[in-house]
Design a protein around this ligand. Structure first.
Ligand code: UDP
Length: 257
């Protein structure tokens, strides 16, 4: 069913196809996993479906809250219809607890609560390894206007507040996450909307009781059990039922090459 569509772009974890109407795009969530700027790669069966379903759940709620997103609706378990946007070339990272590159950079122990939530920007450029940049760089190079950065920061804080509460309610600590924004052109108007995805691929999620990692760090750090962890997130969110079978019969261990 994916044969006669025009492919617009293939990224590391998703494929974009032309949508059925102008101004729409179909996003296909692949099972491919990459880390460390794609130096580490694997196919993890079932990951794409779980990410699509978790992201659908979150984007639907954000839309309901009045936080504009590109999401229109899911087409099937692996694909969603979204509005075509002009992606702003920034990865916006929101952090509540020290982990990953922040812990390394500032010599903080992973798990240390930050004095307040911190927003960081990285310039989306694989060849450069997505370097961290400041608002000065963003405006000087014209990646986003000051008003757009303002909108992005306000929306990011609202998204963080919503997600923190959502996950806390199901026994999960939202450590940090990465989001992307796009410009949506409608008639003569342009507005900034949330784009891309929010899933355990782009968040750090720790079980509040055990501190178990329920996110892509399981792949980055060769811990195994990634699909099982993502399934647990989906179960707690009420997206899949307790006894729903995953896409495949038996869980496989994460393999990297
Ligand atoms: N992140 C992401 N894509 C990236 C880099 C980071 O989704 O290309 C997410 C990552 O999963 C984490 C947060 O952004 O939830 C902060 O990541 P960090 O800067 O600590 O980088 P990492 O340690 O993942 O390299």
């Amino acid at each position: 069913m994916t044969s006669r569509r025009t492919r617009i772009y293939e990224g590391k974890a998703k494929i974009l196809y032309e949508g059925p109407e102008p101004g729409t795009v179909i996003v296909h969530f692949k099972d491919d996993a990459t880390a460390f700027n794609a130096q580490k790669k694997a196919v993890i069966e079932g990951k794409g479906v779980l990410n699509q379903r978790i992201s659908e759940f979150i984007f639907t709620r954000l839309n309901d809250l009045g936080i504009p997103t590109h999401f229109i609706r899911s087409l099937n378990v692996r694909e969603q219809l979204v509005r075509e946007v002009e992606i702003i070339p920034l990865e916006v990272v929101v952090r509540n607890v020290a982990a990953g590159s922040l812990a390394t950079r500032l010599g903080l122990e992973e798990g240390t609560a930050l004095p307040r939530s911190i927003i960081e920007f990285c310039y989306k450029n694989d060849a450069l390894g997505d370097p961290m940049v400041s608002e000065e760089h963003i405006t000087a190079f014209g990646w986003a206007a000051p008003q757009e950065i303002d909108d992005i920061m306000h929306m990011s804080i609202r998204i963080n507040d919503f997600l923190t509460g959502l996950f806390l309610g199901i026994g999960i600590r939202l450590i940090d996450f990465k989001i992307e924004f796009g410009r949506l052109y409608e008639n003569d108007m342009m507005r900034i909307v949330l784009a891309d995805e929010i899933s355990p691929d782009s968040c750090r999620l720790w079980d509040t009781k055990t501190n178990d990692k329920m996110d892509k760090d399981r792949f980055r750090r060769d811990m195994g059990g990634l699909v099982e962890a993502y399934q647990e997130v989906a179960k707690r969110l009420g997206i899949i039922s307790e006894n729903e079978k995953p896409e495949r019969a038996k869980p496989k261990l994460v393999k990297s090459d």
